[in-house]
Ligand binder design. Structure first.
Ligand SMILES: *Cc1c(COP(=O)(O)O)cnc(C)c1O
Length: 492
């Protein structure tokens, strides 16, 4: 079955997967979505497949203009010894739930799951579509996408990458990971603003026709490594199937039995991938959307009103400090049965008034979601409770999800086997984790990591130890209004 891609805002349709991946965002400012959901009918096989096979089988259903060989090559180049486990992902049972550890890649955050493969998908796409010139990846990051994208795209021929992060809105370790990035095609800049400022700024650059024309004449074209790119989203669907296969293989569930998933959510990419998996036939009953104090999604799922006009909180889970969740646009498209006009109206209301209300029939489409949020106090208490139980240490993002799951369990008594998506290694946030555990937090991040290691009996990952003596390469800082000039300077 051939799948093509169309914009959520209706301006374009019939775009091949490879072309959609190259473009990143649709020309009308919308996001690319598949024109239909492929059906996955090999549930029984999942339990015996390795991660690479599952990834390949999912990718081929969506990326139908790639050849089998191209996809196999992309998969094997992505999911290899860069990961610290042969199984690529891990599923760990603690306190009655299953923690799906997606942080075994080279930057120890779940973003590696998609950003290990996106550069390969993009290079293959440029070749297929006979695009000459260079692709310029513009990325806004709330902390983890930046490093994962830099690691994936560094020194890839034909590609340059610029990353914008909120200068005072990421953890010290996250910043250190980015500013030490090597590769002559990389550029990292701190924004004097929030992640939302960085993301809006990047979207503006994509939509700036004068800039795009100017760069085109110099042989450059923009693309995105954010989860607005469908090439990021599709690889993320695979791990939900892989997790399901593991549960069947271990005898936790029978094939066909329902599970719940809990996802710590920011830009709504990860949980949207779970929703897509469900639409393809994966037996997921409830999708638990977990937020931190920036709980705009909790309110939206409860009420059908999205309102970003509220205080912005800098929390211990910085990768979820987001008030404008880009991928929600894809959910709006899905629950309106593909009504581009409504999506366009809502997005324009968000732009001008910072809020919108969805219709009652769209609200019905949200019935499979449960939403909750955890304050910083609840998050810290959860880290401590899980550790006290059996010595397992989770990071603050995972802890937000775990706390919301506990809340759900208390409210509903629903004992459906539940997967909690574990999105980052605790070693990315050693200070916050030690504080939650009631341990001293003095010393730098490396000293904190050593202390954490003594408590958890898990070695400090090489992704952290290798940063200690790495020289700082990127020192650029700019205002959100200066992003355009920063990109020009980088490319000249
Ligand atoms: C990016 C990120 C999230 C949020 O994921 P979305 O796909 O943006 O919802 C959660 N936790 C961590 C550690 C992240 O890096």
């Amino acid at each position: 079955m051939e799948i093509t891609y169309r914009s959520t805002r209706g301006g374009i349709a019939g775009v091949s997967a490879s072309d959609a991946i190259l473009q990143g965002i649709a020309p009308d400012g919308g996001l690319y979505v598949p024109d239909k959901f492929p059906c996955f009918d090999r549930l029984r096989d999942l339990a015996s497949w390795d991660y690479q096979t599952t990834a390949y089988e999912i990718l081929r259903l969506f990326l139908t203009d790639y050849t089998d060989t191209e996809l196999r090559n992309c998969v094997s180049a992505a999911y290899d010894s860069k990961f610290d486990t042969d199984e690529i992902i891990a599923l760990e049972k603690h306190g009655g739930a299953y923690y799906l550890e997606l942080f075994h890649g080279q930057t120890i955050a779940f973003k590696d799951m998609a950003l290990s493969i996106l550069p390969h998908l993009m290079t293959a796409a440029a070749r297929k579509n006979r695009k000459s010139g260079e692709t310029v990846i513009l990325t806004a990051t709330s902390g983890d996408t930046g490093k994962a994208a830099l690691a994936g795209f560094a020194d890839v021929p034909g590609i340059r990458i610029a990353v914008f992060y909120p200068k005072n809105g990421v953890s010290p370790m996250q910043e250190r990971q980015m500013v030490t990035q090597q590769g002559s095609n990389t550029c990292v800049i701190g924004i004097l603003g929030t992640f939302d400022d960085a993301q809006t700024g990047v979207k503006r650059l994509f939509a700036d026709e004068t800039l795009c024309r100017e760069l085109e004449s110099e042989g450059f074209r923009f693309s995105s490594a954010n989860s607005i790119n469908i090439g990021r989203l599709v690889p993320q669907i695979a791990y939900y199937f892989a997790a399901y296969g593991k549960l069947v293989a271990r005898g936790v569930i029978e094939c066909g039995q329902q599970i719940n998933v809990t996802v710590p959510t920011g830009n709504f990419g990860n949980i949207l991938a779970a929703y897509y998996a469900r639409r393809m036939g994966l037996p997921i009953s409830k999708l638990l959307c977990a937020s931190n104090e920036n709980n705009v999604l909790t309110d939206f799922i409860h009420s059908g009103t999205y309102d970003r006009n509220r205080p912005f909180h800098v929390t211990t889970s910085p990768s979820m400090d987001i008030l404008v969740s880009s991928n929600l646009e894809r959910l709006l498209y899905a629950v309106s049965a593909g009504d581009c006009e409504i999506v366009r109206k809502l997005m324009s209301a968000l732009d001008t008034a910072g809020r919108y209300d969805i219709t009652d029939s769209m609200k019905e489409g949200l019935a499979d979601f449960y939403a909750g949020y955890a304050s910083q106090g609840m998050t810290a208490a959860r880290i401590k409770a899980i550790y006290d139980d059996d010595g397992y240490v989770i990071d603050p993002h995972t802890a937000v999800a775990s706390a919301v799951y506990a809340q759900y369990l208390k409210e509903t008594g629903d004992t459906t086997p539940t997967v909690i998506v574990s999105t980052a290694s605790p070693y990315k946030f050693p200070g916050s984790v030690l504080e939650a555990l009631g341990e001293p937090t003095d010393g730098d991040g490396f000293e904190q990591a050593r202390r954490l290691s003594a408590l958890s009996h898990v070695d400090v990952p090489a992704a952290i130890t290798s940063l200690k003596d790495a020289p700082i390469i990127h020192t650029g800082v700019c205002k959100p209004t200066e992003m355009k000039q920063a990109v020009r300077d980088f490319l000249r």
